[in-house]
Design a protein around this ligand. Structure first.
Ligand code: ZN
Length: 300
C-alpha cells in the first residue's frame, strides 16, 4: 500500500517535471546548470569545481550508507531536470541505472572514477571507495570539470581553474595526512574497519589491511560466524592495535569483535558519506583529515 502511494506520487512528480520541460529549458531561473551527484562526497567536490555556475543536488545525504539505497520521488524529480549526473561507478550505486531510466532524464552521465588505477580488496573484489586515496580525489576533480564543461562549454575555463585550485588543496590535505600517519610505528600500521572501504587510503599511506568485519566492499552483506572467529584470530596474531567503525554502519559487530580480540574500538571514521554540516567531516577535505587523525591516534 505504501509502495503504491509512493509510485503515484512519483508519477505525479514526473508529470510535473515533463510539463515544465515543454515551456522552459532545463536551466533553472537563476541560469545555473543542474547537476545531480549520487553521494555527499561527489556533491562536495562538484561544488568546489563548479563554483556558482551550478546547482548541485546530492542523492545520498551526509551520514547515509552508499550501498543499500531506495531512491525517493525527490531524487527522481532532480534527475528528470538535471543536465549532468555525476556517479562514482564501479558498482557502488547498484540502484542508479534503474532510477536514471525511470526518471526519463536526458542528462549527460559521467562516472568520476574514470582513469583511476583500481585496486582489489583483501577479498579480491574491486574496491569502489576510490575517494579515500587523495591522489584519486584529484582525478575525480578533473573528471567533474570535464563533465561540467561538456554540458556548459562557456564555463570550461572556470571549471578547469577551479579544479586546479581544488587539487592544490587536496595535495595540501594529503601532506597533512601523511604527516599524521607517518607517526605510526611500522609494526602498528595495521587496519581493520567495518567494511572494505579503505584499500586506497591504505595503499597511499602505506598501511596494511588485515581484514574487515564485513568481508566485502558492500556494507549490506553479512559476515558468517566462522568469518568473525577467523578475524578475531587474525587480529590477535597480527597484534592489531585497534579496530575502526564507520559513521554510516551499525557498530554492533565491531563491538563484539573488539571484546573478543581484546582491542580498542574507535567509532569515528567517515567511510561512505560526509558528516553533517557541524561535524569534522562536513567536506571531502575535512573527511580525509579527520580519518587520518583518528587512524593515527588509534594506532600509534
Ligand atoms: Zn561502502
Amino acid at each position: 500500500m505504501k509502495r503504491r502511494c509512493l509510485m503515484v506520487i512519483l508519477m505525479l512528480l514526473l508529470l510535473l517535471a515533463a510539463c515544465g520541460d515543454s515551456t522552459a529549458t532545463n536551466s533553472s531561473a537563476s541560469g545555473k546548470i543542474k547537476v545531480v551527484a549520487t553521494n555527499s562526497v561527489i556533491a562536495d567536490m562538484a561544488k568546489n569545481v563548479a563554483g556558482d555556475r551550478a546547482e548541485i543536488y546530492a542523492i545520498l545525504k551526509p551520514g547515509r550508507d552508499a550501498h543499500d539505497y531506495e531512491p525517493t520521488a525527490e531524487d527522481s524529480k532532480a534527475l528528470a531536470v538535471a543536465q549532468l549526473v555525476l556517479s562514482n561507478g564501479l558498482g557502488l550505486e547498484a540502484w542508479l541505472d534503474k532510477t536514471v531510466q525511470s526518471s526519463g532524464t536526458k542528462a549527460s552521465l559521467a562516472a568520476v572514477s574514470e582513469g583511476v588505477n583500481l585496486l582489489k580488496t583483501v577479498q579480491g573484489e574491486t574496491d569502489p571507495h576510490i575517494w579515500h586515496g587523495p591522489d584519486n580525489g584529484k582525478i575525480m576533480a578533473d573528471n567533474i570539470a570535464k563533465g561540467l564543461a561538456k554540458v556548459d562549454a562557456a564555463g570550461k575555463a572556470t571549471y578547469e581553474a577551479n579544479a586546479a585550485s581544488y587539487k592544490t588543496q587536496i595535495d595540501d590535505t594529503s601532506r597533512q595526512m601523511k604527516g599524521l600517519l607517518d607517526a605510526i610505528p611500522a609494526e602498528r600500521r595495521k587496519l581493520v574497519t567495518n567494511h572494505e572501504a579503505f584499500t586506497y587510503f591504505a595503499a597511499q599511506f602505506n598501511l596494511k589491511i588485515v581484514g574487515s568485519i564485513i568481508p566485502s566492499f558492500d556494507s549490506a552483506s553479512e559476515p558468517s560466524a566462522q568469518a568473525l572467529t577467523e578475524l578475531v584470530k587474525r587480529i590477535k596474531a597480527e597484534k592489531v592495535p585497534a579496530i575502526f567503525t564507520e559513521t554510516t554502519i551499525n557498530p554492533k559487530l565491531a563491538e563484539q569483535i573488539s571484546k573478543e580480540a581484546g582491542v580498542k574500538i574507535f567509532s569515528n571514521l567517515y567511510g561512505d558519506a560526509l558528516g553533517d554540516a557541524s561535524s569534522d567531516g562536513s567536506t571531502y577535505l575535512k573527511m580525509l583529515l579527520s580519518n587520518a587523525r583518528n587512524i593515527a591516534n588509534g594506532l600509534k
